[in-house]
Design a protein around this ligand. Structure first.
Ligand SMILES: *Cc1c(COP(=O)(O)O)cnc(C)c1O
Length: 854
């Protein structure tokens, strides 16, 4: 309950007295915020306050006296929505009238996080809202904690889609994001006795006030059944699909507000429902439970997000999910196209660009072919011409186990007509371009085929993407090179110009302006107020990087953020950490290739050396982890347990005098990232070179003034290109060195040659960290030795340790560190997702930015 006498007083103040008085009260109660308060328009605060109270009473049905925090948040959102919906209508009318090309971003994941602060920021209403709530005796950050994260994604890929929506809206590109309205997002992680426990995440248990249901755009999607061959009067063959069931797709729209309210884009998420409320015949015959079964089967489709990050679940349900949202989205696209073009499809490809975010939405390709041929009556050739000009594909991984392949028998059962079309596409590809380039070469044909032969025949989704798409892009320079040269070299010979690069980016609105207000103020002062729209402007800070006054201000901002994070850590982990210590952070999904266990081995070696010499002069350090492991990924879960076990021991060991702390913050998600990243001194980006396609947290950290301790992998390479290798700590094998070493790698050589390394690896076998449970951490040692250390942890250990020692040395030189941190932050302009989106718009979509008419 947010009720307080103070709040009631302020309420009467506003009603009874002049607004001047209310504002004066604000300044006196918040002396620290003098600067921000002075710029807030008092009339706006008053109007906002009245709107919130009106919504509290008339939309939520409560009053300031008895409203819960949740009710206040709902009233706040209702107030913000008043601003959003008018702009949404303006945006949609402008796009409809101009009939311009639009991009349709298909993604099985959108990791949106919370929307309130971000929307207020983009509407430039945050300060007004903060002051208005303050007059009710409320803290806006406290109220916004009521919002559940919208976690409809696993990690980087889903968060990228969310940043792209923000940039598409901000840069005024006509667009729609399409995805799945999962009832449960990524699981909520609890840590019990050091171990990960997965709990359901019901993000809209009490409704999501941002979303709007659009019953007028419901779609019915056929599934299953069989294909009948018919002969037309002219003797030609055609296929008629007789599906066995229909699923209803119900669209929910989430408005995405561009910065300064430029335009409002739509994220349309499909929820599955059964087409019949009940099967009435069964119901009337007394089979209430049976009648429910069919209903629940259809509703299962959008029930839950698969928590597999980068490895693939070979699940029928997952293919059904992918097909369901693609089929709904394409029908939606066709419906809108036909509103202005009727049955003339000649302009389709010039109006519609479709971007596939990884292979998850690949089934959209045969579905568009099917809609055009079977339902719109186009010839195969016409349909192929349109389809192959509309689609583009973004590759996100080189990991072979993450490249989707679906058994042919699943297609036969669920999507028989789509399988037929895939065979036709494949036949024409192999006998056309492949035969022309490599005549009579069957080996090449079987390599490039969409169908993988074998005991279980499979459909290779990535091959279908490459064959169909106009452009195929990787997500960082090094990754795009590997996509072209190592993953699809033969396709690159056929179509060298198909392959391109678009380096990922992140939105500076969420990842600086909203989450690090101190730094945002500094940039306002040195770069002017437009830097969130043109992040290159931040380069202005570089010329102050040597000035003591600015170094002090920059590091004071960092320190304040560290104090705030220390408070959060105390609340969530019960561990006391010192904001003066070096905050070394690794937050990301848990995966062997990301090598959280390399970090852990280093921490153990540091601890060991402290035990041997407790008085040595080292920089006090706090190692901060956050990571979810896929529930079936045993070794990843073992690593989480090991981090917690080692942390427990170290944090309670008085001998080391608090010089070292290790915390694992549970349930890592966007809203935690927003608190953790602005407080980091060091950003750990330590993947085995060649395995992290791009990374995006690396960009968020650098923008916020953390120094990267990392390998030459993914976008790390481009980050140090901008910020300078001397301002970061680069270590480890390069991509070429990894490729060379891998075939002859023997981890035992490294283990036997390095005493320190051997000692910490062996430590995992003892019960030192897990009293009474010897062997509880042995699986990690076993993967590093018996399983051949597939990600070369031991090979990079010595170099990693040396990088940490360089970091410690620099941290002692406060001026040098401050300068490096400032240069990192100031030079991240190219990693704004606005730049990424402009690259896509220019090189891939040929899209034009549209001025929105009011
Ligand atoms: C940015 C982000 C990611 C991606 O992190 P990487 O370190 O690039 O893998 C994952 N999860 C969340 C919550 C994020 O904000």
């Amino acid at each position: 309950m947010a009720t307080s006498s103070k709040k009631q007083t302020s309420k009467t103040t506003v009603k009874a007295k002049a607004p001047v008085k209310a504002a004066a009260k604000t300044t006196t109660s918040a002396p620290k915020a003098v600067k921000a308060t002075s710029t807030v328009d008092k009339a706006q605060v008053k109007a906002f306050k009245e709107q919130v109270e009106k919504h509290l009473r008339t939309t939520i049905g409560t009053s300031p006296e008895k409203a819960s925090k949740l009710a206040w948040w709902q009233a706040l959102v209702a107030t913000v929505n008043e601003d959003i919906f008018g702009r949404l209508t303006d945006t949609q009318q402008t796009h409809a009238k101009n009939d311009t090309r639009a991009v349709h971003y298909l993604s099985a994941e959108f990791l949106m996080g919370r929307l309130t602060i971000n929307n207020l920021t983009n509407l430039e209403k945050f300060d007004v809202a903060r002051e208005a709530l303050k007059e009710f005796g409320l803290d806006i950050n406290d109220i916004c904690e009521e919002e559940p994260d919208m976690a409809l994604g696993n990690g980087g890929l889903g968060r990228l889609a969310a940043c792209f929506m923000d940039s598409l809206a901000t840069c005024n590109y006509p667009c729609v994001g399409y995805g799945i309205h999962y009832e449960n997002g990524l699981f909520r992680q609890e840590i019990r006795a050091g171990k990960q426990v997965e709990r359901p995440d019901s993000w809209r248990e009490y409704g999501c006030p941002w979303e709007v249901c659009r019953p007028e755009s419901v779609q019915n999607i056929p599934l299953g059944g069989y294909v009948e061959k018919q002969t037309a009067p002219d003797g030609s063959q055609c296929s008629v699909w007789h599906p066995s069931s229909m699923i209803k797709g119900v669209p929910w729209d989430i408005p995405v507000v561009g910065y300064r309210g430029s335009s409002v884009a739509i994220l349309r998420l499909w929820e599955s429902r059964s087409t019949e409320q009940f099967n009435w015949d069964v119901f009337n015959a007394g089979g209430y439970v049976d009648a429910q079964t069919e209903k629940s089967l259809a509703e299962t489709i959008s029930k839950v997000l698969y928590p597999n990050d980068s490895t693939e679940a070979g699940k029928e349900l997952r293919l059904t999910q992918q097909y369901f949202f693609c089929a709904c989205s394409l029908r939606d696209i066709l419906r809108r196209y036909k509103r202005s073009h009727h049955n003339d499809f000649s302009e389709f490809a010039s109006k519609i660009a479709i971007q596939l975010n990884d292979t998850h939405p690949t089934i959209a390709i045969p579905e568009l072919m099917r809609l055009l041929i079977d339902e719109e009556g186009l010839s195969y050739e016409q349909a192929w011409d349109i389809t192959s000009k509309s689609f583009n594909y973004t590759n996100h991984t080189l990991l072979p186990e993450a490249l989707e392949k679906w058994p042919v028998y699943i297609f036969e059962k669920l999507l028989p007509r789509h399988l037929e079309l895939i065979y036709e596409i494949n036949f024409r590809f192999l006998n056309g371009p492949v035969e022309a380039k490599w005549p009579g070469n069957n080996e090449m044909k079987s390599k490039l085929s969409i169908i993988e032969e074998g005991e279980v025949r499979k459909v290779r989704m990535a091959n279908l993407c490459v064959i169909t798409s106009e452009h195929v892009n990787g997500v960082a320079k090094i990754h795009s090179k590997l996509v072209k040269e190592d993953l699809f070299p033969d396709y690159a010979q056929l179509w060298p110009n198909k392959f391109c690069n678009v380096t990922n980016g992140v939105t500076p609105r969420r990842w600086i302006l909203s989450c690090n207000r101190g730094l945002a103020e500094l940039y306002n002062d040195v770069a002017g107020k437009d830097w969130p729209l043109d992040l290159d402007k931040c380069e202005a800070l570089k010329k102050y990087a040597d000035k003591k006054e600015y170094q002090d201000r920059f590091m004071k901002i960092k320190h304040d953020n560290k104090v705030a994070l220390a408070k959060t850590i105390k609340e969530l982990c019960g561990v006391e950490v010192d904001p003066n210590a070096l905050f070394d952070v690794q937050v990301k999904r848990l995966h062997e290739y990301k090598r959280q266990h390399l970090n852990l081995l280093y921490i153990m070696s540091l601890y060991k050396s402290l035990l041997e010499d407790p008085d040595q002069d080292i920089v006090p350090q706090v190692f901060i982890f956050g990571a979810k492991a896929a529930p079936a990924y045993t070794l990843a879960k073992d690593i989480i347990f090991a981090i917690n076990a080692v942390g427990e021991k170290i944090n309670n060991d008085l001998r080391i005098k608090g010089k070292l702390k290790v915390v694992f913050i549970p349930n890592y998600r966007v809203s935690l990232a927003e608190k953790i990243i602005p407080a980091a001194d060091i950003s750990e980006q330590i993947s085995t070179a060649g395995y992290e396609a791009s990374g995006t947290s690396n960009m968020k950290f650098s923008m916020n003034g953390a120094l990267t301790l990392g390998t030459m992998d993914g976008a790390n390479i481009e980050i140090v290109e901008q910020a300078g290798i001397e301002n970061n700590f680069i270590f480890g094998l390069s991509v070429e060195e990894v490729q060379k070493l891998k075939p002859r790698y023997n981890p035992w050589d490294y283990y036997n040659a390095d005493h320190d390394l051997k000692a910490v690896v062996d430590w995992l076998d003892s019960d030192f960290f897990t009293p009474g449970q010897p062997g509880a951490l042995s699986s990690i040692k076993s993967s590093l030795l018996n399983n051949g250390d597939p990600f070369l942890v031991l090979a990079d250990f010595a170099s990693y340790k040396a990088a940490h020692q360089r970091a410690q040395k620099m941290f002692k030189d406060k001026a040098k560190w401050a300068k490096a941190a400032m240069i990192n932050s100031a030079t991240m302009g190219i990693f704004s997702s606005d730049r990424s989106i402009k690259d896509y718009a220019t090189n891939i979509w040929t899209l034009k930015s549209q001025l929105i008419k009011k």
